[in-house]
Design a protein around this ligand. Structure first.
Ligand code: BG6
Length: 454
């Protein structure tokens, strides 16, 4: 049914955290653009009624982005609610009634993966899966084996083209722009290779902790939470071969080829950290060894990239909240003085706003042999009127456009890369909140040290 406009949107987990923080604001934004005209059915087990769901939706948009009375009114008129246990078929029969003959509903599972299978099963038994597509949220598995199992379950009911796996980084304009910028400017591609690029660093720094998500996070950790998905997506956009066209499956093919070239991570290439105080967070085990920080290095075994180290660092309670990529070129030779100028670089900021900078060496006035590093900068500040990642992805799911969703083989390959270093494969080192992680990370970092985004 891919590319068919959906005629209903069902979201499981309607009273949960994700719905509150992301889904209602995205739905209001879609309603504002006139892109939401189908019944929106929330499903949860909370003993609520429709009025309570509407009150929750209003509260959600007030707290996250602001209420737009007109758009919210439209959303509110579309809202329906089914209260019931996912184990109880009666709830799904009720859902079918609420769907009111919809032929192509989208089922969005904003619920823990432990109940995915149960919900799929009930959708099928109740006839709600017929003609439907499904949207699933990360975590898409817990490791390679469980990701494969999840895919088997999904495929037992839905066709791959009707499965939409959300990685909200793919909905970010800044992430899409990595690709767009690379392949829309003829000055990038000729140097985007091992002969010119010394190293690539991807840093995701967050200056907050687990924000009340302790029990989720303590079963997840930084590698599963952001590396296997968001940061490998950033990496594949930076490293992929030029796609022979912009069709979705072609882009997905070239992305997954990058992952095929990455050897499974070895423990010696990974340093894990945990911020001091993490074990006292609600929901976290007092002797937890889960990482809130990870630094790693990897290589892509391809003609283009062989020998170029790619470094990834991600952590909670670091000095600031920013995600950046630094592509460092080789130093130019010394011509104007005895010492070679510093290495040029490309810097891409992915959050919180879009920046693309080229670090270039420029002559200082009055001195024939001295220069300084400056940046040629493209800067696009955050704009509250721009489409957010969830708005874009939900709109796409309704339209049936899966360009910004992950394909099965990609998800499995990304798990394959990290599978060998999950859990306690490496020790965890404590670090001070507000620092750049444990000093042990320096040992596997780039020559000259890690680049810390400002
Ligand atoms: C989520 C992670 O997927 O991404 C969070 O679970 C993380 O831990 C978040 O904070 C970061 O997303 P963004 O869009 O704020 O960069």
């Amino acid at each position: 049914m891919s590319q068919t406009q959906a005629d209903a949107l069902v979201f499981f987990g309607a009273t949960g955290d994700l719905a509150y923080k992301k889904i209602f604001p995205a739905l209001q934004a879609l309603a504002k653009r006139g892109a939401l005209n189908v019944p929106v059915v929330g499903v949860a087990k909370s003993g609520w009624g429709l009025d309570q769901l509407k009150a929750r939706a209003r509260d959600s948009v007030e707290k996250h982005g602001g209420l737009d009375a007109d758009a919210f009114g439209r959303l509110s008129n579309l809202l329906r609610y089914v209260d019931g246990d996912y184990g109880d078929l009666a709830a799904f029969e009720q859902l079918r009634k609420e769907l009111d003959g919809a032929k192509h509903p989208v089922h969005y599972l904003a619920i823990p993966p432990s109940v995915f299978e149960l919900v799929f099963d009930q959708l099928q038994k109740s006839g709600c899966a017929e003609g439907a597509r499904v949207v699933v949220e990360k975590p898409l598995g817990h490791d390679l084996a469980s990701a494969q199992e999840l895919n088997r379950t999904l495929h037992s009911i839905f066709k791959e083209e009707d499965i939409f796996r959300i990685d909200h980084y793919l909905g970010k304009n800044t992430v899409q722009n990595l690709l767009f910028f690379r392949f829309s400017n003829s000055f990038v591609e000729p140097i985007w290779k091992r002969q010119y690029v010394q190293s690539v660093q991807i840093t995701m720094s967050e200056n907050f902790g687990v924000q009340g998500r302790g029990s989720f996070y303590d079963h997840t950790g930084a590698i599963r939470d952001v590396v296997q998905n968001h940061l490998l997506q950033v990496l594949t956009n930076i490293a992929m071969e030029p796609p022979p066209g912009s069709e979705t499956e072609i882009l997905r093919d070239v992305r997954v080829m990058v992952l095929h070239g990455i050897r499974s991570l070895r423990p010696e290439d990974v340093v894990r950290g945990q911020f001091r105080g993490y074990r006292q967070e609600p929901g976290v085990s007092p002797d937890s060894t889960v990482e809130t920080f990870v630094a790693l290095r990897l290589f892509i075994n391809s003609w283009r990239w062989r020998g170029v180290p790619f470094y990834i660092r991600a952590g909670k309670c670091l000095p600031n909240t920013v995600t950046e990529v630094l592509v460092k070129l080789y130093q130019p030779p010394a011509i104007f003085c005895d010492v070679a100028p510093p290495a040029n670089y490309y810097r891409f900021r992915v959050t919180p706003d879009l920046q693309i900078a080229v670090g270039a060496y420029v002559k200082l006035p009055g001195a024939d042999d001295q220069g300084e590093m400056q940046e040629l900068l493209i800067n696009h500040p955050e704009d509250p009127n721009e489409m957010g990642a969830y708005e874009e992805l939900l709109g796409d799911a309704l339209k049936g456009s899966n360009a910004h969703f992950a394909r099965q083989d990609y998800v499995e390959e990304s798990w394959r890369v990290v599978d060998s270093v999950l859990d306690n494969a490496t020790p965890v080192h404590e670090y001070e909140p507000g620092s750049w992680g444990p000093a042990e990370a320096d040992a596997i970092g780039p020559p000259g040290g890690w680049y810390n985004p400002k």
